[in-house]
Ligand binder design. Structure first.
Ligand code: SAM
Length: 216
């Protein structure tokens, strides 16, 4: 179930979706380049990240590592309707530099249901909920990580209707990042009022997309 990717970091294969949780070019690289940097979260003095879905926490741990290194406050709100067994989560994250961080150790204790963990300037909330029916906060996120499985197998998190909900959860000036460069995804984000940019793939050949919420 847990497999190595070319940058040495690990990924997980989902039997349900018949897909890997991360880029086959490198899970850590994808988290760093597409999500953390693509959403410009690594530059924000006080990031508020909204993520669909939390998966095995590679994006979260990468974002935590950056916030800790920069000594900035972080509020991370993620949705995940199918929490992976805690043994798999523990094994998957064991080699990550943030594994021993007390926020992560607390999360492993409460994993499996919705929770909020706050320590110092770090707050993490995971809602065990289907994002298509969840209420997102309005004008809240400074960075949005749109990280469902592909549109072919997980279409409900890429629809025009869902992208409108995503856009309304973002502050003006916020950036969304996603590994999907599918035309339908780009159009849905554009129709939701976001300014969409397609980037050359830094994680191998795959392209990725960012989308900014600009003032009307
Ligand atoms: C590609 S994986 C996310 C990987 C994760 N971001 C990471 O860094 O490890 C996609 C995740 O989205 C979740 N998901 C898919 N559809 C969902 C929905 N409708 N509501 C909530 N979570 C969903 C899946 O269960 C899965 O864990």
């Amino acid at each position: 179930m847990i497999e190595k990717t070319p940058d040495g970091s690990l990924t997980v294969f989902s039997a349900k979706y018949q897909q890997h949780y991360h880029s086959s070019h490198g899970a850590q690289t994808q988290a760093q380049v597409v999500y953390l940097q693509g959403s410009q979260t690594h530059l924000h003095p006080s990031p508020r990240v909204l993520e669909v879905g939390f998966g095995v926490a590679m994006n979260f741990l990468t974002t935590l590592q950056d916030a800790v290194a920069r000594n900035v406050p972080l509020h991370y709100l993620a949705y995940e309707f199918d929490p992976i067994p805690v043994e798999v989560l523990r094994e998957y994250t064991h080699a990550h530099p943030m594994f021993e961080h007390s926020v992560w150790q607390q999360i492993l204790q409460v994993w499996g249901q919705s929770f909020q963990v706050t320590e110092g300037q770090i707050t993490v909330e995971v809602q065990v909920e289907d994002v298509t029916v969840a209420d997102f906060p309005s004008d809240w996120a400074t960075g949005f990580y749109l990280d469902g499985f592909s549109i072919a197998v997980n279409p409900e998190v890429w629809t025009p209707e869902f992208c409108r909900k995503v856009a309304s959860s973002m502050q003006v000036g916020a950036h969304l990042a996603t590994y999907s460069a599918a035309g339908a995804v780009r159009r849905a984000l554009q129709n939701a009022g976001l300014q969409v940019t397609k980037h050359r793939g830094l994680t191998g050949k795959r392209e990725f997309v960012t989308a900014e919420k600009v003032a009307k």
